[in-house]
Design a protein. Structure first.
Length: 81
């Protein structure tokens, strides 16, 4: 099969959310009508889950920190910004 992909994306913006294995995956794309997007934003589930770790670790023992953090099932490549 041959699929012709348009060279120029119409101007506008789009938002999409999907359920991923670790939580909600969020995409935002804005186009100015050229061949390249003006802005692309991706929020991965791990990036959204990291702030909850502060509440999980609060008041706990330092020895429990690694086990508590791993319980969030982090994807370290997803948090690289």
């Amino acid at each position: 099969f041959r699929i012709k992909v348009p060279r120029v994306v119409p101007a506008g913006e789009a938002v999409n959310r999907v359920e991923a294995p670790r939580g909600e995956l969020f995409y935002y794309v804005k186009s100015n009508g050229s061949a390249y997007p003006e802005r692309v934003k991706v929020r991965t589930p791990t990036f959204a889950n990291i702030p909850s770790f502060i509440k999980i670790a609060e008041g706990g023992n330092i020895a429990d920190v690694p086990a508590s953090f791993v319980s969030l099932d982090p994807c370290f490549s997803c948090t690289d910004r």
